[in-house]
Design a binder for this molecule. Structure first.
Ligand SMILES: C[S@@+](CC[C@H](N)C(=O)[O-])C[C@H]1O[C@@H](n2cnc3c(N)ncnc32)[C@H](O)[C@@H]1O
Ligand code: SF4
Length: 354
């Protein structure tokens, strides 16, 4: 087991340092845990759950295979004891899981979590924002790929209009779940124009838009490098209209590169996982809805934590198992990505939550 004392051997932990930190084989601490609460979604974004693969006959996880809230809470609690400080609920679409606010309340009661957040397509956010905030959720990130209905509907592929997403963003702000972050996947030839639309719409507000390079997650989205709009092109396009300057990242492991408008209009971000991989700073673990722990978004398999939970493991035994998984971690897929690895089997994004 590799451990280090913050401020000593492992000194670059930013504001979230703990006295004792579990490190992986590349010296990376476990800081963030993304919890997928369901593999289901009411959208069929073409880059994530294309209809040809996730059609009416697709077999989603049966209920018994999905972790109960109590099981999720145990894993989160054990992870926090090992150094996790940020917990993000995701999916699939997390708001389609019934009574999610009950899970939020259970997690909000765990000492040591500094950031409890949710990533959502916001289709149901307008009605749920207040209950989530009351339960202890701190912030939300909303995925929104265009501001015009035609493009947005082509991307979500279920005919869902933009206005209800914007209502959800407004409701989140009113409920105290701001500042809201917006995630926009940019796919060449599909929604490139949304870059300037979204930048313009949210300039001068406290909402930050982060443009994500379309990634080769899973094996169902037919990814090709030609479909990726490199983050450098996104920044160049915005900079040509509203000049930008880069800002330092706020903490180790921050995935978005941040840029500020020179005229004081706020900031935008880019997530460059394809053109400039950031594995060296990756402090993230992911728990799938059926209780597998993944130590890389591009992993081919996870560690079966559900089996442990259901075998009656003690809290100490659970923490030991998680520590062993993290200290054995050596993943750096994005840095090793080559034409050959693109075709290897990988887990779907909707399964482990992006
Ligand atoms: C899998 S979704 C789950 C949460 C929620 N349903 C949502 O859309 O926000 C999490 C994030 O992954 C992003 N995503 C999905 N597939 C992607 C891909 N192929 N490349 C880049 N980002 C992707 C989505 O845009 C979203 O922001
Ligand atoms: S990106 Fe989110 S909203 Fe879109 S299909 Fe995937 S899980 Fe659903």
């Amino acid at each position: 087991m590799v451990v280090a004392r913050a401020g000593n051997a492992c000194h670059d932990l930013g504001p979230m340092s703990t006295p004792l930190t579990v490190l992986d084989t590349l010296g990376r601490p476990m800081r963030d845990l993304r919890v997928s609460v369901t593999d289901r979604c009411n959208f069929r974004c073409t880059y994530c759950m294309p209809k040809e693969v996730f059609g009416p006959d697709h077999a989603f996880l049966p209920r018994a295979e999905i972790l109960a809230f109590e099981e999720i809470e145990r894993v989160v609690r054990a992870s926090v004891a090992l150094g996790v400080r940020k917990v993000r609920l995701t999916g699939g679409e997390p708001l389609v899981r019934r009574n999610l606010e009950a899970l939020v309340a259970m997690l909000a009661a765990i000492d040591g979590i500094e950031d409890l957040t949710l990533t959502t397509n916001a289709s149901l956010l307008a009605t749920k924002a207040q209950a989530l905030a009351d339960a202890g959720l701190q912030r939300v990130t909303v995925s929104l790929d265009a501001l015009d209905d035609e493009t947005f509907m082509r991307m979500n592929d279920v005919g869902f209009g933009v206005s209800r997403v914007l209502d959800g963003i407004a409701a989140a702000g009113e409920a105290g779940l701001g500042p809201v972050k917006i995630n926009t996947v940019v796919r060449r030839g599909l929604n490139e124009h949304a870059v300037l639309d979204l930048a313009e719409r949210f300039r001068g507000t406290d909402t930050t838009v982060r443009f994500i390079e379309y990634m080769d997650v899973g094996h169902s989205n037919g990814w090709r490098m030609d479909d990726v709009m490199p983050a450098a092109d996104v920044i160049a396009a915005i900079d040509a209209r509203w000049p930008l300057e880069p800002i330092e990242s706020a903490y180790r492991g921050e995935v978005a590169q941040r840029w500020r408008y020179l005229d004081g209009g706020g900031e935008v971000g880019v997530i460059t996982s394809v053109t400039q991989p950031f594995c060296g700073d990756c402090t993230r673990a992911r728990l799938s809805a059926d209780g597998q722990l993944f130590t890389c978004l591009f992993a081919t398999s996870g560690h079966d934590v559900r089996a442990l939970l259901r075998s009656g493991v003690t809290d100490d035994g659970l923490a030991d198992a998680l520590r062993a998984i993290w200290t054995g971690r050596s993943d750096r897929y994005s840095e090793l990505r080559t034409l050959e690895t693109v075709d290897l089997p990988k887990v779907e994004m909707s399964f482990i939550g992006g």
